[in-house]
Write a protein that binds this ligand. Structure first.
Ligand code: ATP
Length: 424
């Protein structure tokens, strides 16, 4: 028999991590039943407001003898009850059990949870239809992620090795030797990636919160990931580690849309024209994009740092393809840029004063006429148009690694351009 287990919403900013509980469960259940694959870490819609960090849910599947099912269920419920940060007001754990093959309907629900907003009631409705058993703690919102993680059609995937800290170290600074991470990254990139931010010279594999994660190493090659883990110098004991199969860095969330169809929480790819000059507010850079169906605001927020410089180079009339998540920002529906591709750039023309036709000297503006600084010659103010080079390349621009969403695909990976090119 097959049993699928999904869990979510066990953590809070004060601690815990659903992957930690998942890793313990995977180890414990593997003593009773046969795992079908790695456990899964499924990132769902990055725009939903309830998330603690990256909106991740966990699922795992086993081949099991029927008489062992009850034991497994009891074990899962016990661990979630014991380990979840249940007292936190925004922690609403959910557990889901599904016996047998995963029905198509659940797959469809997963993709909705990835791309839209869904309600607890909708999750309960789907659970009843597919005969999944759900356990709700408090509001039980975690059943949304639990169901979606089980049903997710993980056709494209990457891996993440997560190593966990001993309890007495939780909340203390993580002692990982920076140089060793840069060295391991250089050796394995791009088979493992996002280990470091090469521009800021910072380490990205260590989180900063009170959660039990010590390091997370991402990649497309499990062998290389394990070797990187070996190469990194860590100066604190490791409790255990687990490799997860995940939809991180797949761009699965993005859907090509016309502006009139864009809704809050969407993750969209839009082809359109820059409708006006960019503007800035609070270090965020904004512009308006239009297509034949309407207009929408687009933002490169402050954490995207140097990426904003490329956005500042866009001119009204430029044809671009943009990708990003949709949220209300200051009451306006705004696409939070992840990538953009300048498809056609308008010429950049600047107007210059001519040289003095008499002596070749420089002319000065005097109201509506020009006067030579050298010989005093006066003439009507007629400026000369000069074509300037556009310093944007015809390539896809992406946000830097530390501003990238878990689910967004870096361009260095095969297929990192695919979703943008779908709108070409
Ligand atoms: P971490 O990444 O550290 O595990 P998190 O960011 O995953 O934390 P959670 O505490 O799991 O945050 O909270 C996310 C909540 O949002 C869960 O209850 C999950 O079921 C729910 N959820 C996930 N996707 C959607 C969606 N598309 N619509 C509505 N709710 C969702």
């Amino acid at each position: 028999m097959l049993i699928h287990i999904g869990i979510d919403d066990t953590d809070s900013p004060n601690g815990m991590c659903t992957t930690y509980i998942g890793a313990i469960l995977y180890r414990e259940i593997s003593k009773i039943a046969e795992p079908l694959d790695f456990p899964r870490l499924i990132r769902l819609n990055p725009n939903v407001p309830y998330k603690t960090r990256g909106n991740g849910a966990v699922a795992m599947s086993f081949k099991i003898d029927e008489e062992k099912i009850k034991e497994v269920k009891t074990l899962v419920i016990r661990y979630v009850r014991e380990l979840a940060d249940i007292d936190h007001e925004n922690t609403n754990p959910g557990i889901v059990f599904l016996i047998g093959e995963v029905p198509k309907e659940l797959e469809e629900f997963s993709l909705r949870a990835l791309r839209e907003h869904v309600t607890i009631e909708e999750a309960e409705h789907v659970a009843r239809k597919v005969n999944a058993e759900v356990y709700k703690f408090k509001l039980g919102r975690g059943i949304i992620g639990g169901l979606a993680a089980i049903g997710y059609p993980l056709e494209k995937f990457t891996y993440e090795l997560l190593a966990y800290r001993k309890r007495e170290y939780w909340g203390t600074p993580r002692r990982v030797i920076k140089e060793s991470v840069f060295y391991a990254d250089k050796w394995s990139y791009p088979f493992t990636y996002d280990n470091v931010d090469p521009y800021k010279r910072t380490v990205l594999i260590t989180p900063h919160g009170k959660d039990p994660v010590l390091v997370g190493i991402r990649g497309i090659d499990v062998g290389k990931i394990l070797q990187v883990f070996e190469m990194i110098k860590i100066e604190e004991p490791i409790e255990f580690f687990q490799v997860y199969k995940t939809n991180q860095n797949t761009d699965d969330h993005l859907v090509v849309k016309k502006i009139k169809d864009v809704k809050p929480y969407d993750n969209v790819v839009i082809r359109g024209k820059v409708a006006g000059k960019y503007w800035e507010k609070g270090r965020h850079v904004f512009f308006e994009l239009e297509d034949e169906t309407g207009k929408i605001r687009v933002a490169a927020f402050e954490p995207t740092k140097k990426f904003r410089n490329y956005v500042r180079k866009l001119l009204p009339g430029d044809e671009v393809i943009i990708a990003g998540g949709v949220k209300e920002f200051e009451g306006v529906l705004t696409v939070n840029l992840e990538k953009f591709y300048p498809v056609n750039l308008v010429p950049k023309v600047e107007y210059e004063k001519p040289r003095c036709p008499k002596c070749g000297g420089t002319m000065k503006s005097k109201g509506d006429y020009l006067k030579c600084k050298k010989c005093g010659y006066k003439m009507e103010k007629i400026l000369t148009p000069v074509k300037r080079p556009r310093d944007l390349k015809k390539k896809i621009y992406e946000v830097p690694p530390d501003a990238r969403k878990h689910i967004s695909r870096p361009l260095v990976l095969p297929g990192g351009e695919d979703k943008i090119l779908e709108a070409l």
